[in-house]
Design a protein around this ligand. Structure first.
Ligand SMILES: [Zn+2]
Length: 510
């Protein structure tokens, strides 16, 4: 439609003020479609008998308009149904004509605006025969030509361009569409879902109103159209619940960044990270699947958890720190000397002097022990530190001044914060091995739920307690952020009860 609008504007078309909630009036939409149809017919004339009838599904222009009288609800329902059937409409089409207004564009490149849209996926994935409609600048003005091409050849060229542009998700989807079996089923479904989300976000549809409708018909199991009415992440989560026999949502949960506000029931979903060398391999470490709840579609996770500890003074600091070795040996030597003197005095009958030396030695030893205990922190477990606390860590324990970082050198995934939700940066610190990890969170987490082996490390969902005590009681937790950790974290994790990322109704308690 956007390209048709440009055709119309080039011809001098001026739009009337639109009704509320629409970009154009119905009359203007019809006029815009005529500009496109004239261009199509001018190109089509060269192919076969020019005097014939064709039935054309003209994309956006053929969807029922929300503002049509008489019964708006019925019309909206019809539009919703049509959107859910796009995959079927284009699958059954005799020819699919691909068009954008850019000059000399064959529409197979990543830069073509047609190929960037969410709805393009169902349009092309199962098309039987493709006609490329391309504009050309001729001496007598701008013209258009049709180039018929078998659909598999068109997709092959799209695939080559996806490979050149390193869009590996699109590449996997196209590879599978004409060479079934060349890519594992799970990988294709993950690529399809991820590519759909990415396109929706890139198109500015951050609420993902049509995401479920577009994917319905492309995934192995389809939802009843009546169940895909709400839009947003909820529709996607419901589709994934239906398709859990074919697709493990654990992988998606491991790749999703933080969701926007207003999706508490499905907050394990968000914009997935793009494949990056080093982290493309993602293997589930937990059993996780979306579950239906009247409050949303939370992700149930059965797996391992690492709980954060709070930094505590190490009362055994004199004995547990190697850099106390010199002090420890000196104190022990002095103590042995004084205790020997005390024993000799006792044997020579000077009991009072012996007792005084013994008590003073014991008191001084205890004082040194206590002083050493104020210098160090207990070296065990992981702590969560906001940036302000992080700056003070070296003051709390001098041995924690210089820590090793885990992140970029290990090609860790980079989850993006949601621009519409307040967030802050913080660090996770492994006190035992003196390693830290940078994280972005929306709340203070209390534990890490290990979900996948991801590249060279382990990906975990940072969780914080639910504000509602009933939700906490039935195992629901909030997603505070994502993190990537060294592989050894698995040794420190413990099996946990089922955790639900999202919100459950009380009657759904496990
Ligand atoms: Zn194009």
């Amino acid at each position: 439609m956007r390209s048709a609008v440009i055709l119309a504007k080039e011809a001098g078309f001026v739009a009337a003020p639109p009704p509320a909630g629409r970009e154009y009036t119905l009359s203007d939409r019809r006029t815009i479609s005529e500009y496109f149809l004239q261009l199509y017919c001018s190109a089509r004339r060269a192919h076969g008998n020019p005097d014939r009838t064709e039935f054309i599904w003209l994309d956006e222009f053929c969807l029922s308009d929300d503002n049509l009288p008489p019964d708006e609800d019925i019309v909206s329902a019809q539009r919703s149904t049509e959107l859910s059937r796009l995959a079927d409409i284009f699958r059954r089409a005799a020819h699919v004509v691909v068009f954008c207004h850019e000059e000399n564009c064959d529409h197979t490149g990543l830069a073509c605006i047609w190929g960037q849209r969410l709805f393009t996926i169902p349009e092309i994935l199962h098309a039987q025969d493709v006609w490329q409609l391309t504009r050309r600048c001729e001496p007598n003005g701008m013209t258009a030509q049709l180039f018929p091409v078998p659909a598999h050849k068109f997709r092959e060229k799209m695939k080559i361009n996806a490979e050149r542009g390193e869009n590996w998700h699109l590449h996997a989807v196209l590879q599978h569409s004409d060479h079934g079996g060349a890519v594992a089923g799970d990988v294709v479904l993950h690529a399809l879902v991820t590519e759909a989300i990415r396109r929706d976000e890139a198109g500015g549809f951050r609420d993902h109103e049509f995401l479920g409708k577009v994917l319905n018909g492309l995934l192995p199991r389809r939802a009843r159209l009546a169940d895909l009415g709400n839009g947003g992440w909820e529709d996607l989560a419901w589709l994934l619940e239906l398709n859990q026999g074919s697709y493990d949502a654990t992988i998606l949960a491991a790749e999703c960044s933080l969701a926007d506000v207003g999706h508490e029931g499905v907050e394990w979903l968000g914009l997935p990270i793009a494949p990056r060398p080093g982290t493309e391999r993602c293997t589930p470490l937990a059993i996780a699947f979306p579950v239906f709840s009247e409050s949303g579609v939370p992700l149930a996770i059965h797996g391992q958890v690492v709980n954060f500890t709070t930094p505590q003074r190490d009362l055994n600091g004199l004995y547990t720190n190697n850099d106390m070795k010199g002090v420890r040996n000196l104190v022990w030597t002095i103590a042995v000397i004084f205790l020997t003197i005390s024993a000799l005095l006792w044997l020579s009958g000077q009991y009072t002097a012996s007792k005084i030396i013994y008590i003073v030695t014991a008191m001084l030893y205890r004082i040194v022990e206590l002083l050493a205990g104020t210098i160090y922190l207990v070296r065990s477990g992981w702590v969560f530190l906001e940036d302000a606390q992080w700056g003070r860590l070296g003051n709390l324990d001098p041995t924690l001044h210089n820590l090793d970082s885990w992140g970029d050198p290990q090609c860790s995934p980079q989850w993006r914060p949601s621009g519409r939700r307040p967030y802050f940066t913080a660090k996770l610190v492994d006190l035992r091995r003196r390693v830290y990890v940078d994280v972005i969170v929306v709340s203070r987490p209390t534990s890490m739920v290990l979900v996948a082996s991801h590249g060279s490390g382990v990906t975990a969902i940072l969780t914080s307690p639910h504000a509602d005590p009933n939700q906490r009681r039935i195992g629901a937790a909030r997603k505070a952020g994502m993190c990537h950790l060294p592989m050894y974290i698995r040794e420190e994790a413990v099996e946990s009860d089922p955790i639900y990322i999202g919100t459950l109704t009380s009657s759904d308690s496990p």
